[in-house]
Design a protein around this ligand. Structure first.
Ligand code: HEC
Ligand code: HEC
Ligand code: HEC
Length: 428
């Protein structure tokens, strides 16, 4: 007689759980502010298109929705996750393959709540948890801009995600915890400058997506804001205001200059995904907006880093290259292949010259220095081409490891232990 009782109890709990789940999903899917919807579709006007173009750049929509050789926003960009591959969709105004049939309300639901036109939940690799901070007027400006572009008839690629992660309804519960679905609120005790910076960093800029460590549910940890993370095998460094680990010792002008050009003398270089962000996003932003972002970053809570990096040693004397005696193979490679651009130890002459002070040569994990040496740097800003050749084809794993150890010892504190195995992993 016990069995049925247990079964009954289990069924009752399951039923209760199911009802609760349905109710919770309803709550999770409901727009939090009903006054914001619905909307009649907004007619285009030149000023709104220009504002939308600027906001789309500040949000970096293009990087995730474009592949080389295809028109912008036509989709197909792969995102490798531990449980499969997602593809950025075609978001051109093509009625069949893009978002040409989407109403304003459909578009707002996607950017604020991560819900597609057909009602399915989008994966938060699409940073709607940040875009949710944008007011409806900004979201609609982006839509008007996208709808002013040429429709591109290229079908989106279907996501390849394994069970159970392909059950997108489950994301509704994730949203309940991790998507506040709230617009940005200007802090009354903050200056207009800081409010603007906060909006750009937390909303369109989605900087925390890479620069904050993630929790087990792949959401940025709130209490470790901008303490640094690892994305695609590279460190996205600590950009909190910590003097030693973060960007606390950078001036606001240095930070703004980095975001505009991808480079700040004796501070850092933007390569890999950050180079893409500079090219497609921050280099298109106005100086006042970049300075506002810098001011906001500089007043964030200082955070200790995720790994020890002795950065921010700008101004220290560079004498390593002349006196450093170890790592002969690496030195030989450096003199043949790198010195032309990165210099021979004197003060920096070329734009890309001196690596001293850069976190990549002060980071004993060597992740970024290895990645950049293998895959190079290649992007454009208004200042010109930021270019370093990829050396993956020119040298063996052991040779790359040796030149990276040499560069770190010569420009940084040394002590890097990167070996051929680590290089092999970074080749992918
Ligand atoms: C970090 C990468 C990333 C950025 C930045 C990004 N997206 Fe996406 N977006 C994605 C991915 C990945 C998907 C597909 C998600 C899925 O299939 O669940 C997506 C899906 C979408 C969709 C749903 C399309 C459909 O057919 O269902 C829309 C609309 C969209 N993005 C618009 C935008 C806009 C507008 C911006 C800029 C404001 C933007 N995205 C920025 C990665 C990104
Ligand atoms: C897609 C991931 C990603 C996003 C989003 C991102 N970053 Fe980065 N960021 C990186 C990586 C990776 C590096 C290291 C680049 C390198 O070493 O070449 C970096 C480096 C930086 C640095 C230099 C830090 C140092 O100590 O050298 C600053 C400053 C920075 N990012 C600011 C920002 C801001 C501001 C935003 C938002 C507008 C942002 N990043 C968004 C990945 C990202
Ligand atoms: C054609 C010029 C050129 C050559 C040759 C070159 N580099 Fe670079 N390197 C660059 C540029 C440009 C950057 C981006 C730097 C910047 O904006 O300050 C860079 C950046 C770097 C960085 C910083 C990575 C980061 O993103 O933080 C490292 C480390 C580096 N190079 C190592 C090397 C090594 C090792 C070699 C030789 C095997 C080499 N470079 C050869 C131009 C060059």
């Amino acid at each position: 007689m016990r069995r049925p009782k247990v079964l009954f109890a289990i069924s009752a709990v399951a039923l209760l759980g199911f009802v609760l789940a349905v109710v919770l999903k309803r709550v999770a899917d409901a727009p939090s502010d009903l006054s914001e919807t619905p909307h009649t579709d907004t007619p285009p006007d030149a000023a709104m298109i220009a504002r939308g173009a600027y906001l789309a750049a500040a949000s970096d929509c293009v990087s995730c929705h474009t592949v080389a050789g295809k028109p912008p926003y036509a989709g197909g960009t792969p995102f490798k996750l531990p449980f499969g591959t997602l593809y950025g969709s075609n978001i051109t105004p093509d009625v069949t393959y893009g978002i040409g049939s989407w109403s304003d309300s459909d578009f707002i639901a996607a950017l604020h709540r991560g819900i597609a036109k057909d009602g399915h939940h989008l994966y938060p690799a699409f940073p709607y948890t940040n875009y949710t901070k944008m007011p409806v007027s900004d979201v609609l400006a982006i839509k008007v801009y996208l709808f002013s572009l040429k429709p591109v008839p290229i079908p989106s690629i279907k996501n390849k995600i394994i069970f159970p992660f392909n059950q997108t309804w489950g994301i509704a519960y994730w949203n309940l915890i991790f998507n506040p679905n709230r617009r940005f609120q200007a802090g009354p005790n903050r200056s207009a400058l800081l409010n603007r910076g906060a909006y750009l960093v937390e909303g369109p800029g989605h900087c925390a997506m890479c620069h904050s460590p993630l929790n087990l549910a792949f959401a940025p940890k709130k209490d470790r804001e901008m303490a640094g993370g690892v994305v695609d095998g590279l460190r996205s460094y600590n950009i909190s205001s910590d003097l030693e680990w973060g960007v606390g010792s950078w001036s606001e002008a240095e930070l703004a200059n980095y975001l505009k050009t991808g480079h700040s003398e004796n501070r850092g270089a933007a390569g890999a995904s950050m180079g893409q962000i500079v090219q497609n996003s921050t280099s298109h932003m106005s100086d006042p907006d970049l300075l506002a972002m810098a001011a906001y970053l500089k007043q964030l809570q200082p955070q200790r880093g995720v790994v020890e990096i002795t950065k921010n040693i700008a101004g220290a004397k560079l004498d390593g290259l002349q006196t450093f005696a170890g790592e002969l193979e690496g030195r030989h490679i450096y003199e043949g292949a790198c010195m032309g651009c990165h210099g021979s130890g004197g003060p920096a002459t070329a734009y890309a010259g001196n690596l001293q002070g850069h976190p990549s040569v002060n980071d004993t994990s060597s992740l970024n220095a290895t990645w950049v040496t293998l895959h190079g740097v290649d992007y454009w800003t208004a200042q010109g081409h930021v270019y370093m050749p990829a050396f993956s084809g020119a040298y063996s794993d052991a040779e790359i490891a040796s030149v990276v150890r040499y560069v770190e010892a010569a420009f940084g504190p040394g002590g890097a232990t990167v070996n051929g195995k680590a290089v092999e992993k970074a080749r992918k």
